[in-house]
Design a protein around this ligand. Structure first.
Ligand SMILES: [Zn+2]
Length: 171
């Protein structure tokens, strides 16, 4: 006998270009709702009422030193949906994080990018662009550069602490 079934696959098409996520389905919002681990806490470099910024850690292998993720606290699907305060604050925060990354890592300059393909919640990556990176490793392949400064949780946490201190002292 046929019974009507819930088509769990019916949402698959929504991962296309018009996919809009909600707080309930959003990885960042879920992370924000739960308590942070001490490892996560150690990688927070900045936090205020609008944003949280943290150093990324790849727990399974070495992490690129100088990869910061800035994200809005509010669930926002697109840059165009930022409030004026968020938009202004984001610009200022990118500038401050960029400056702190240069001072703490010796980066020549910083990258800044946002695709919103993985998580549709506004976030921006600010990355240390070290001097002398060979051409084949620039842009999104920068962490594949064999000579790139890499570290485990201890080094990531130490760098995060230096960036956090610098951002705090600026205020
Ligand atoms: Zn969200």
């Amino acid at each position: 006998m046929n019974v009507s079934r819930v088509d769990v696959g019916s949402d698959k098409g929504s991962m296309g270009t018009n996919f809009v996520s909600t707080e309930l389905s959003c990885l960042f919002c879920q992370e924000q709702a739960r308590e942070r681990t001490s490892s996560e806490e150690g990688r927070i470099i900045y936090e205020d009422e609008l944003f949280v910024a943290s150093h990324r850690l790849d727990e399974s292998e070495l992490s690129y030193l100088g990869l910061i993720l800035i994200r809005t606290k509010r669930h926002v699907n697109d840059l165009g949906e930022l409030s004026d305060a968020e938009a202004e604050g984001l610009g200022r925060l990118i500038q401050r994080v960029g400056k702190a990354l240069k001072v703490t890592t010796g980066a020549a300059w910083t990258y800044c990018y946002s695709f919103l393909e993985g998580v549709r919640h506004v976030h921006v990556f600010v990355t240390a662009r070290y001097p002398n990176v060979p051409k084949e490793y620039v842009r999104l392949d920068i962490a594949k550069w064999p000579a790139a400064p890499m570290g485990r949780e201890k080094e990531v946490s130490e760098l995060s602490s230096r960036i956090r201190t610098m951002l705090r002292e600026e205020n």
